[in-house]
Every structure is written in C-alpha cells, then in structure tokens.
Design a protein around this ligand. Structure first.
Ligand code: SF4
Length: 379
C-alpha cells in the first residue's frame, strides 16, 4: 500500500517564473547539496513521427515488450524522499490508448495525491480525447514547436522516417497539433512549447514565438540543439549565431509571456563581453528565466520496459542501476558521489544562480576548461 499521506509535503504554489520546481538550484539551495527531486519515466518507445533532431531517436521501435509492473514504479517513487516533480516521456507517450489509461493516468493521479508536480512530453498530434483525459491531473504539457509552416513540419518531423511521408498526412497532423494545443489551452491546460535553436530555426525564432502565442501556450521554452542521438550529424551552430538568435527573440517577444531558456552554453564565469551582456539581459528581462540543467543534478530517468535507471539524458552514460533491485535515491547518490564525470562539472556559484554546465555542453564548447576552478564574474 502506498504511503501517500506521509509524503504529502505539497508545494501548492502555482508554477510561475519565480517557482520552477524542475530547476535543480531550488533544492540545492534548500538542502545545501544536490538531491534527487525529479524522476522522468520513459513509458513508450513508439512514435508516429521521426524528427530530424529527436533526442531519443535511436531508441524508437515499431513494437515493444511488456512493461515492468506499475506497482514497482509507484513503490520506487514512494521511496524517493525529496521527490518534487515527475516527467513522463517517450516516444509519443499517448501513442497507445492503453498506456494512457493504465500507466499515464495512474502516474499523474499518484503525483497529484502526493502533491508533486507533473509534466508530459508529447507531440499533440493524436486525438484530442487522449489528451483531455490528462486535464484533471497534469501540471505541464510540454510540446516541441520549431515550425513556421506545415511544410517545415513535414520536413523536420519525418526526416528520419526511412521512407517518403505524404505531405498531406503531415499537414493534417500539423493542424491537429495546433488545434489540440489551442483547445487544451482554452480548457485550462498549461502548455509549454519548446523551440530549439539550431541551423534551421535560428533566424526565425520571432515568427515561431508568434505562432506559439497564437496557440495559447503559457510558456515558450528555448534550448539550443546539441549533437546527440538523431541530431548527431546535424550542423552545429556557432556561439555567435546562438547569441544573436536569443537577442532577436528577446527583441520581438511578448514580455507578458514566460520565456524559459535552458541548457545554455553561456556561463557567468566566461570572460567575454558578449556572454556577459547576454546574461545580464536575460536576468533583467521581465518573465524570463534561465533554468539550470537537471541532467545529472536532481533527476534520473527510468526506462519502464527494463527498469534501467539513467542519470543523464544527453551524455551517453550507460544505465547506472535498476529500479527492480535498488532504490532511486541510492542510485542517484552513487552517481553524485562517485562518478568521475559528475566531479568534472558539479560547480556552483550561488550569486549567479548557476550550478554548472551540462556534460554535453561542457564537452562540446569547453573541452579543456576546468569549471571547478572557475568562479562567476558576471553577476
Ligand atoms: S557554477 Fe560553474 S559554470 Fe556556473 S558560473 Fe560558476 S564556475 Fe561557471
């Protein structure tokens, strides 16, 4: 029997720019060290799309095995002492109705009963009824939106299909996604639309932003694309173009709408003037936040088919344990205290609100930099 009451230390604060429970710096400040507050669960490797940049593209399948029993997962969550958020991911988590009814809804009900926050990653291209079922429980519906037209969607969303996809099919899915997002927003769902900064989008972020607002989304998330998984062979954007893209978006955006930047490759300990100027601007803009990366800081991912537990999304570190035989807190502590890769990047400059770079970012742009010997200059 799950002991929900003992764990019911809810933070019923609304999710706003000043309350982002996914940011690892919140628990770092509260406990004086990193603790596991966030568990992501992969509930499917099926998807109706094959995006060019998919961060889990190599795991996608056409058919999948049985899952571990839901009770094992719920018991594992129940034992995470400081759990504050869960995220549900795929593939497209709603691909099978059965997954929605038998896995996703029960996980969301658990989260709500325990007073923790929930997020799901979806492409929103399936029937409205699948998403409507989540409305009573879900805190954040997270979607990807990198398009200015149905043609963009067709080109990007099926680039890795391995066969030609009829444009009309793709166009219908694009309009379904927009219609679903607008309808769910209207019904009160908090939709956070994420755009990547990459070689395709960097010059058209203001137009993408405008379309996201038209759908009624409550937050626009912006993350640079990194060369992982399907994105591995795509062109890497120079840092100067990335800075320019962010400034152009800040110039054009609606300041009433929350913009969340994440996984940025700009740090307060960098000496150059352009980075300092951008970081200062991000700090003073209204309704703009920069989230520290949860990867390896306050989050683990559980594969619900094997029970394997991963500590980072991006960096290709193999499973660090299994939920069938080890507690998630123990797995996370082992990573935190003993893994040499974590020791490379676990710096913290509180005045700058920074707790270090993502491993992949450090590897891509700062190969020879020892972050542990640096300190924030730009405050
Ligand atoms: S926490 Fe690390 S990355 Fe961030 S400013 Fe300090 S030294 Fe740089």
């Amino acid at each position: 029997m799950l002991n929900l009451e003992n764990h019911n230390r809810s933070r019923h604060l609304e999710i706003t720019p000043s309350n982002d429970p996914w940011d690892p710096i919140v628990s770092l400040r509260e406990y004086g060290r990193h603790v596991l507050t966030s568990v992501e669960m992969t509930v499917t490797n099926l998807c109706n799309m094959r995006c060019e940049h998919c961060a889990v593209g190599d795991s996608l399948v056409m058919k999948e095995p049985d899952m571990i029993p839901l009770k094992v997962m719920l018991d594992a969550l129940d034992r995470v002492e400081h759990l504050r958020t869960i995220s549900i991911t795929g593939g497209e988590p709603t691909f099978r109705k059965q997954t929605v009814d038998e896995v996703i809804v029960p996980l969301l009900q658990y989260a709500k009963a325990r007073g923790i926050r929930s997020q799901i990653n979806s492409n929103l291209t399936l029937d409205y009824e699948r998403y409507e079922k989540l409305l009573p429980y879900l805190d954040v519906m997270h979607i990807s939106f990198n398009y200015t037209s149905e043609r963009d969607f067709h080109e990007v969303g099926f680039a890795r299909s391995g066969h030609a996809v009829n444009p009309d099919v793709a166009y219908r899915m694009y309009h379904k996604m927009i219609e679903n997002a607008a309808r769910l927003s209207e019904a009160g769902m908090f939709i956070s639309a994420e755009s990547m900064i990459n070689y395709r989008t960097h010059a058209k972020l203001p137009e993408i932003h405008r379309l996201i607002l038209e759908m009624g989304c409550r937050r626009h998330e912006v993350h640079p694309m990194y060369a992982a998984d399907f994105a591995e062979g795509l062109p890497v954007l120079p840092l100067a173009d990335m800075r320019r893209a962010i400034h152009s978006l800040l110039d054009a955006r609606d300041p009433e709408v929350w913009m969340l930047f994440g996984t940025l490759p700009f740090f307060a300990c960098n000496g150059n003037a352009e980075d300092a100027e951008l970081l200062r601007r991000l700090r003073r803009e209204p309704n703009v936040t920069v989230r520290n990366d949860p990867d390896g800081r306050n989050r683990v991912n559980v594969n619900m088919f094997t029970g394997d537990v991963y500590v980072t999304d991006f960096a290709a570190i193999p499973a660090f344990g299994n939920v069938m035989d080890t507690g998630l807190d123990a797995i996370f502590d082992d990573w935190l205290n003993n893994h040499p890769l974590n020791q490379k990047v676990n710096c913290h400059c509180d005045a700058a609100g920074c707790c270090g770079p993502n491993l992949l970012v450090a590897d891509m742009y700062y190969k020879d930099i020892d972050f542990k010997s640096r300190k924030a200059i730009t405050l």
